[in-house]
Design a protein around this ligand. Structure first.
Ligand code: PHE
Length: 339
């Protein structure tokens, strides 16, 4: 029996030694130590042995179990360490290599200008207003004191969808929409797209405006000038001056065109300002009381200030862009300049 057990140990040793994977060492473990493994069989067979041999044989079997258990555990440890090591090597990354970069886009110059302008007015207590681009004639024209068939409509050539539905030609439509829904005081700026059938180096059939409206008691043309001067100084620089020229809009009385000193030559005269030193950036005025009457605001108690500017025009001035069409071509070489 002793030889039989010694032989079993030798067999197990060589099986353990030649195991080269976790699976094969586990098989060995089951073969010798498992419930129906060789050693267990030997222990079970002890009942057939003569009484006096049993303690000695039991001792041999236990010793054999200890030796085989120790050896399989050692081999298991060794193999699982080897497996982890090879996994680590296979999955390792070279942290000194350059990462994969994704191309980041940038904001369009018109978006940059819009955000900057809106931020300036927000800091002056204005909130954002909004209205639809497909608009009713009533809000775009009639309530703003431009009746049907009135010659003032010629100022803004229009895309009509039906007789009373059109693509808004100006963000001033938001003035009307806001006034019928809001009690004064009102202070809003409304950025948005507008449409007119014009197309050349300085006009596009779609362009963007920002409209401003103040309705309050005791506001005057002087407040409008102070407001727009503060705005222009923040948008361009501190040296910027503002000048009002008399003009006409049906919804404001008096109406003005607003010029600022050229931000490129500071009033000396250059290519951008066509030698005049001034650049027109806004239309503005005191809201015509007829507009208040149309929108249900008490024109005896309240005064209004309104202004509107073209975003593309301001972007062209600010960034020295000579042709408006570049703004719509989406040439990435141009857009990358604004990163
Ligand atoms: N809506 C005018 C335009 O598009 C600009 C403007 C706005 C003028 C507000 C006066 C007051 O030409």
């Amino acid at each position: 029996m002793k030889e039989k057990i010694a032989k079993l140990i030798e067999e197990a040793k060589s099986a353990i030694k030649s195991s080269d994977s976790l699976a094969s060492i586990n098989n060995v473990k089951v073969k010798y130590l498992g419930k129906s493994g060789e050693l267990t069989q030997l222990l079970r067979g002890m009942k057939d042995l003569p009484q006096e041999e049993r303690p000695l044989v039991g001792k041999y079997v236990n010793e054999a179990r200890d030796v085989i258990t120790q050896l399989t555990e050692d081999k298991l440890k060794e193999l699982s360490q080897a497996e982890t090591d090879s996994k680590m090597i296979k999955e390792s990354v070279d942290i000194t290599l350059d990462g994969k970069t994704t191309q980041r886009g940038s904001l369009h110059p018109c978006t940059l200008v819009t955000e900057e302008i809106v931020d300036i007015f927000k800091s002056l207590g204005f909130t954002l207003g909004d209205g639809p681009e497909i608009e009713l004639d009533k809000f775009c024209f009639q309530m703003l004191n431009i009746p049907l068939d009135h010659p003032a409509r010629d100022m803004q050539d229009t895309f009509y969808i039906t007789d009373d539905i059109l693509l808004r030609t100006q963000t001033s439509s938001v003035q009307a929409r806001t006034m019928i829904n809001t009690k004064p005081p009102i202070r809003i700026v409304c950025p948005g797209k507008v449409y007119r059938p014009d197309d050349d180096a300085t006009h596009s059939p779609m362009f963007q405006q920002i409209e401003g409206l103040v309705v309050d008691e005791n506001v005057t043309l002087c407040d409008l000038k102070g407001l727009l001067e503060t705005f222009a100084k923040r948008l361009f620089d501190d040296k910027t001056k503002v000048r009002f020229r008399p003009s006409f809009f049906p919804f404001t009385e008096p109406s003005v065109e607003v010029d600022v000193t050229c931000s490129v030559c500071h009033g000396k005269g250059c290519r951008i300002c066509k030698g005049t030193g001034w650049i027109e950036i806004l239309g503005a005025g005191v809201v015509n009381p007829k507009v208040f009457d149309n929108c249900g605001i008490d024109s005896k108690k309240y005064k209004g200030l309104a202004f509107g500017l073209g975003v593309e025009r301001v972007a062209m001035i600010k960034y020295g862009i000579p042709d408006m069409r570049i703004l719509f071509e989406n040439d990435v070489r141009f857009l990358k300049e604004f990163k």
